[in-house]
Design a protein around this ligand. Structure first.
Ligand SMILES: *[C@@H]1O[C@H](CO)[C@@H](O)[C@H](O)[C@H]1NC(C)=O
Ligand SMILES: *[C@@H]1O[C@H](CO)[C@@H](O)[C@H](O)[C@H]1NC(C)=O
Ligand SMILES: *[C@@H]1O[C@H](CO)[C@@H](O)[C@H](O)[C@H]1NC(C)=O
Ligand SMILES: *[C@@H]1O[C@H](CO)[C@@H](O)[C@H](O)[C@H]1NC(C)=O
Ligand SMILES: *[C@@H]1O[C@H](CO)[C@@H](O)[C@H](O)[C@H]1NC(C)=O
Length: 848
């Protein structure tokens, strides 16, 4: 007998989560109206914040790298101590805030300031000739990216099409611009590229801008990270394409593909490298610091260079991360947290996530993974709810349970330098969904910037989120990213240059430092086309090249010219064809890679079916409050915040917003009671089957019928079932179901359900079912009665198994140690798989 599982419909509980905390008399503090006027008002407010930061820098900081926001002093490199890398990596006495914000001035339409800064740079074209040790990565993304972006904006935007009156000034400035920013970029590129000319082809992380790589103490060069080594590939490849000098592309691509070729059998890259010894220094990976922009740039470089190799790196990595790093096995929790895991075994290695990981949501939106993006963003929203910031490292799960924990216990790295990633991701989500909740989040961030982080001379972040101690620093990304994304979030009328028609025909992306970058063949200079002999072009025809030839010569001894140019062996694993059940018209497809081929629809459209714009789809998300339960030991406000937070409530429960954007919903929503699923009390765990290092050879496919004629009613297999040829090289998430529990799909498991699954008939095969003696929970009337356990696979090799779907596999040799003993793996007479005595409800063997 084979039967399908029919899930009882979702049971929803109504929980009063809104704590009716009295709002202060100034109930206007949250407008939350999001009328066109109000959004315009917020955009202007964001612009005011930008003006405050920029004018403070100009008044008290310029031409130094930064301004100190509390003490109003200029801030630059630590000349006393060149090992002070935390300070020196991004500061070169090179007016970093200017270089990082030329495009910001354009986006903010600050034409006078833009002209002034262009003039300043024009008169200081030796600005990079500084005897300072800087980080190649930081200078690539902040300064090189900033210069390239401004160059593109000044040469390839207002020169075609109809320019709106609003951008006539930009057009005039562009007309007067002679391309010198590209020369500056080229100068910087030539100063940085020697870091890549090592015998190992892995760059050393730091360089002395004036004196080269040899003037950097070796002790500063032993620790490189994957992001640092691979990320410059995008800015450097672009630099090559714009200048015609191929070396930047050559060396950075070499590194990129070399590192990718040394990924683990699980398709995971470690995070730390010793570039001199040519070895990985750890076997750990995740999505946060040290690896984040590797994924980001494999996707973004694929977009701007139309590079399918890069795109397959992203897709392969994304699948590996969903398989090994996405935490939890439930239907929802799966992708809220991406933890750090071992690259060789996929086993979780830490109990924290970091602030930088908040960028992931934006990348998910960009690559079309909208549902995943909403989930990963939710986790960071909860953190923001509790800390009004994102601590650099936050512990999501404590090893010691039951002890009295405080908010301090959950913060292992305590600073928050006003990093942009959370607001960046909020911007992406708003552009993709237009749900007012994302404006609401933006308004909250804006109000905190106004009331809490604004200082006399700029904006400061937290030195210590635990105590509220402030930091006397404003990094260039506060203006260049945090305030830029916030401003663009409120550009709902699409007036900002980036949102206008002038940009809509370009394959532009935001770099990891929020600089708009793009490329098309027309941007490559004509001398690239005019000679067949590449060497000749590169060495002699390019006027810029000659000027810096002497500098390259000094580094020449490091160059090993025998090496191949590109190493791009990323042959995707072949899919073994083990056949599928012989049913007419049954086909299979790759469920993972197919998700990148189709457009995901906005899930909020589905949610707010009644189509009123005055309704946020956000509240109809299942499990909106499940992180609050799941991570309740870690989500605790520090004591100083409870009194100072804007109105005491969480962002998504702010009363004015809630009143306005949920009141026109269906009858059942017309109240302050939120629909919320119950926290599950089932146990969820990971299980490895067979040899996990062979995971990339294992095919997991989705079954479907390719003809509508088939009468599907009588079929055992239905569209969406999964197929795995054998139970090897699988990583599965298992949920253990007992009568009386609520599962991760918010369904109450009944006694009948368990009994149905655990039919007596398996004993025909001599299988011994376990009875582990523990009694079920007594809350639902199952007191003392152990009727056993049923297992459910919720995720298999990174794929969520949808409710009601069955995973089919070919017959295998059961492992039965002997009569009366518990078998490791077995099959019931009706084809269901039994793992250590427990039936798996959705894993079945196909017999012809
Ligand atoms: C609320 O928004 C309006 C614009 O819609 C603005 O004039 C007013 O000052 C705002 N009030 C607060 C307290 O932000
Ligand atoms: C910083 O740069 C400025 C302008 O290029 C230069 O005059 C000054 O000497 C530099 N400071 C140091 C300490 O090198
Ligand atoms: C250079 O060649 C490419 C294709 O080979 C072409 O698309 C581009 O327009 C050419 N550039 C110039 C400036 O002629
Ligand atoms: C690329 O890798 C595949 C599989 O590892 C191998 O069979 C093939 O020979 C490699 N190709 C090159 C050009 O190295
Ligand atoms: C797992 O598979 C890999 C690759 O096929 C192989 O090298 C290794 O020996 C296998 N390990 C075990 C324990 O079978």
């Amino acid at each position: 007998m084979i039967f399908r599982l029919v899930h009882s419909s979702y049971v929803l509980v109504f929980i009063t989560l809104f704590v009716g905390k009295a709002l202060g008399t100034d109930s206007n503090i949250f407008n939350s109206s999001f009328t066109p006027d109000h959004i315009e008002y917020l955009k202007n407010e964001a612009h005011d914040l930008f003006s405050h930061a920029w004018s403070s820098y100009m008044k008290y900081g310029f031409p130094a790298d930064e301004v100190r926001p509390i003490t109003c002093e200029p801030y630059g490199p630590d000349y006393e101590d060149n090992t002070n890398t935390a300070r020196n990596d991004a500061l070169g006495n090179t007016s970093s805030t200017v270089l990082d914000n030329l495009d910001t001035l354009i986006i903010m339409e600050e034409w006078d300031q833009l002209e002034q800064m262009l003039e300043y740079l024009y008169n200081n074209r030796d600005i990079f000739n500084q005897d300072t040790i800087v980080q190649v990565f930081e200078f690539s993304i902040r300064s090189l990216g900033g210069l390239l972006s401004a160059h593109l904006l000044l040469t390839d935007v207002t020169n075609s099409g109809v320019v709106p009156a609003r951008y006539r000034r930009l057009q005039a400035i562009s007309a007067a611009y002679d391309g010198f920013l590209l020369e500056l970029a080229y100068d910087l590129g030539l100063r940085l590229i020697p870091a890549y000319k090592t015998s190992t082809r892995i760059p050393v992380p730091r360089i002395n801008l004036a004196k080269g790589v040899l003037k950097v103490p070796t002790s500063l060069q032993r620790d490189a990270c994957t992001s640092g080594a691979t990320t410059p590939v995008m800015e450097f490849t672009l630099l090559s394409k714009l200048t015609g000098d191929p070396q930047f592309e050559h060396y950075t691509q070499l590194t990129f593909w070399k590192l990718w070729a040394s990924k683990s059998p699980l398709n995971l890259l470690p995070m730390t490298i010793d570039p001199i010894a040519n070895t990985w220094k750890d076997s750990l990976t995740g999505i946060g610091a040290s690896i984040d922009s590797f994924y980001e740039y494999s996707a973004k470089a694929s977009i701007i260079f139309n590079d399918n190799f890069m795109w397959s790196v992203f897709k392969t990595s994304y699948k590996a991360l969903l398989t090994h790093s996405a935490r939890g096995g439930g239907s929802f929790e799966g992708s809220m947290i991406f933890s750090n895991v071992g690259t060789n075994d996929g086993v979780s290695q830490s109990n924290w996530i970091d602030s930088l990981g908040a960028f992931w949501t934006g990348l998910q939106v960009l690559t079309g993974q909208l549902n995943d993006a909403i989930k990963s963003h939710l986790m960071y929203l909860k953190i923001w709810d509790h800390f009004e910031s994102i601590p650099e490292r936050w512990v999501y799960s404590h090893y010691t349970k039951g002890e009295t924990l405080t908010s301090e216990d959950s913060i292992v790295l305590e600073w928050y330098p006003l990093r942009p990633e959370f607001i960046e991701s909020t911007y992406y989500l708003f552009r993709a969904t237009r749900d007012p909740m994302y404006l609401q989040i933006g308004e909250r961030v804006l109000n905190l910037l106004k009331t809490k982080f604004k200082t006399k001379c700029g904006f400061n972040g937290y030195q210590d989120v635990r105590t509220g101690e402030l930091q006397n620093r404003m990094e260039s990304f506060v203006i260049g990213e945090t305030l830029k994304y916030l401003y663009l979030l409120f550009d709902s009328k699409d007036e900002s240059l980036l949102h206008t028609n002038l940009m809509s025909n370009k394959n532009w992306v935001f770099s990891t430092e929020a600089h708009p970058l793009w490329y098309n063949h027309k941007l490559t200079p004509s001398y690239m086309n005019s000679s067949k002999d590449a060497d000749e072009v590169y060495n002699f025809r390019n006027p810029l090249y000659k000027r810096f030839l002497s500098m390259i010569k000094s580094e020449e001894r490091l160059i090993n010219s025998n090496e191949a140019v590109y190493f791009r062996n990323i042959t995707l694993p072949s899919v073994p064809d083990n056949g599928i059940p012989k049913v007419d018209n049954l086909r299979k497809k790759d469920p993972f890679f197919d998700r990148f081929e189709q457009c995901e629809t906005n899930p909020f459209n589905k949610c707010s079916g009644d189509k009123t714009f005055l309704k946020s789809g956000y509240y109809a998300l299942d499990n909106l409050f499940s992180p609050d339960f799941t991570f309740k030991d870690s989500l605790m406000k520090p004591s100083y915040l409870s009194s100072t937070s804007l109105d005491g409530s969480y962002v998504e429960l702010t009363k004015p917003f809630f009143d306005k954007f949920t009141m026109y919903g269906k009858q059942s929503d017309d109240s302050l009671f939120l629909q919320c699923s119950r926290p599950h009390d089932t146990e969820v765990f990971d299980l490895f089957m067979g040899n996990i290092t062979e995971i990339n050879e294992m095919e997991v496919s989705e079954l479907y019928y390719d003809s509508k004629k088939t009468d599907k009613k009588d079929l055992i297999i239905i569209d969406g079932d999964l197929w795995v040829p054998e139970l090897n090289a699988l990583r599965v998430c298992i949920e253990k179901l007992r009568a009386g529990q609520v599962d991760t799909r918010n369904v109450l498991i009944t006694q009948e359900y368990i009994q149905n699954m655990r039919q007596d008939d398996y004993n025909e095969n001599g299988i011994c079912l376990t009875s582990d003696g523990s009694s079920s929970k007594d809350t639902k009337g199952f007191i003392g009665k152990d009727i056993g356990v049923v297992l459910r696979i919720t995720k298999i090799n990174g794929l969520q198994v949808k409710p009601g779907m069955i995973i089919w596999t070919l017959p295998f040799e059961p492992h039965r140690p002997g009569p009366g003993k518990q078998s490791v793996i077995d099959v019931t007479s009706d084809g269901r798989v039994v793992l250590q005595g427990n039936v798996v409800e959705n894993l079945m063997v196909w017999y012809d």
